[in-house]
Write a protein that binds this ligand. Structure first.
Ligand SMILES: Cc1ncc(COP(=O)(O)O)c(C=O)c1O
Length: 415
């Protein structure tokens, strides 16, 4: 069987038909067939260009085809592409050290030797797997109960799904791992009431991404830290969407001044190369012992080299600051629109609440106008553009978005 021709020799619609004939229908019909990307832009099979304000859902931190990732991946692949976990590789070790440094757990000379840290890393290939590792680590405390928040999303494997609140995702697959207690997100009293000495861990997103970029109250993570410490439970922060600079900090929980026990990351870490990590701090670092957990691809040399390139580019190009300033610019410009009830999130993880449930119409109109945005709920838009987005690119995007919001609002104009 052969299908000759470059993407340009088939229309987008023809590719969609082939997709439907060959792929499981888990995601519905794809919106477009994308064939190329450069910086914050992508092109579809019909030759249309889009400004990517979603970045593969908070993944393409450096945009598309960034030379630093290209160089790291091709150099590593041509040197050493994969090793089993009977062995290690230098980028794997360097990335673990770097993550521990960024999270504030690197103490040269403070651990067992000159190279030890007050934490340890387990690498995976995705966010859901990072959460599986943390879930298994939490079981090693000898306790089973987990407290999770309504509105949460932690992934689709059976363990991570057990901690994901959306009924439609969970119900078809029950029974899921049990002993999960649900609390309203952001409610300190409810959290205090749910946590007792039988709780292994409390899992929270510092900002709920899939729920539509929902911020907790300012003191929420601090209170969660206090409550979990009082009961000897682990505080497990899921930074899969918020981590690695997305919010203008390396990790969103750092803004709250808390030190968690478990932190999970993925998405932006590899800038498009699949990699995740479960970072365990303090005593939690030794919960998983030889034989307790494993993976073939986690910590692969190519993926870890890509992640090192992502991190050094964020550092070298001042992208944390860029995320803060460009994010603020976008929020301020959208906040005044009459169809906007309010904006949320931090840095370049942006939620836009609408006064009416028209987010699907706005998302579709945006795509037709050359902007990729996301509509996680009927009355919320989500933006998670590459951290390299410039002020000029953001200004143009916001202008287009405001025009589309005008149209969705019945054609009225903004000030
Ligand atoms: C907060 C959070 N946790 C976990 C996941 C699952 O990550 P993955 O899709 O890489 O398995 C996601 C994905 O959207 C997420 O946003």
């Amino acid at each position: 069987m052969s299908f000759p021709g470059t993407p340009q020799e088939h229309t987008g619609q023809e590719w969609i038909e082939r997709y439907q004939g060959a792929l499981m229908n888990t995601f519905g019909t794809p919106q477009r067939v994308l064939v190329r990307g450069e910086g914050p832009y992508v092109w579809d099979a019909d030759g249309n260009r889009y400004l990517d304000l979603l970045g593969g859902i908070a993944v393409n931190a450096l945009g598309h085809a960034h030379p630093a990732i290209l160089d790291a991946v091709t150099t590593q692949l041509s040197t050493l592409g994969h090793v089993s976990n009977f062995f290690t590789s230098t980028p794997q070790i360097e990335l673990a050290e770097k993550l521990l440094q960024l999270i504030g757990a690197w103490r040269t000379g403070g651990g067992a030797g000159p190279w030890a840290a007050e934490g340890r890393v387990f690498f995976t290939s995705s966010g859901t797997e990072a959460n599986e590792a943390a879930f298994k680590a939490s079981r090693r405390t000898g306790r089973t109960a987990i407290v999770a928040a309504e509105g949460s999303f932690h992934g689709r494997t059976m363990g991570a799904l057990a901690l994901t609140s959306k009924e439609a995702y969970r119900t078809p697959f029950e029974p899921l791992p049990g002993d999960v207690r649900w609390v309203p997100y952001g409610d300190v009293d409810a959290l205090a009431a749910a946590v007792d000495d039988s709780v292994a861990a409390v899992i929270l997103e510092p900002i709920q991404g899939e729920a539509g970029v929902v911020d907790p109250p300012d003191d929420y993570l601090l209170a969660a830290r206090r409550i979990t410490s009082e009961h000897g439970a682990l505080l497990w922060i899921d930074e899969v969407q918020t981590g690695i600079g997305r919010t203008g900090e390396w990790f969103a929980h750092q803004a709250a001044g808390v030190t968690p026990d478990l932190v999970t990351v993925a998405k932006g870490l590899g800038g498009g190369i699949p990699i995740g990590a479960c970072i365990a701090l303090g005593d939690a670092a030794t919960l998983l012992q030889p034989g307790n957990h494993g993976t073939t691809f986690g910590g692969n040399p190519v993926a870890t080299a890509a992640a090192l390139a992502v991190i050094s580019t964020i550092e070298g190009d001042g992208l944390l600051k860029n995320a803060r300033t460009v994010g603020q610019q976008i929020r301020s410009a959208l906040d005044d629109h009459p169809l906007v009830a309010g904006t949320s999130g931090r840095g370049l993880l942006i939620g836009v609440g609408l006064t009416r449930p028209v987010s699907a119409d706005v998302q579709k109109a945006a795509l037709d106008a050359g902007l990729i945005v996301n509509n996680p709920t009927p009355d919320r838009l989500r933006l998670a553009p590459p951290l390299i987005l410039t002020a000029d690119q953001a200004e143009g995007a916001v202008k287009t978005l405001c025009t589309l919001l005008d149209e969705a609002d019945g054609g009225g104009s903004t000030s």
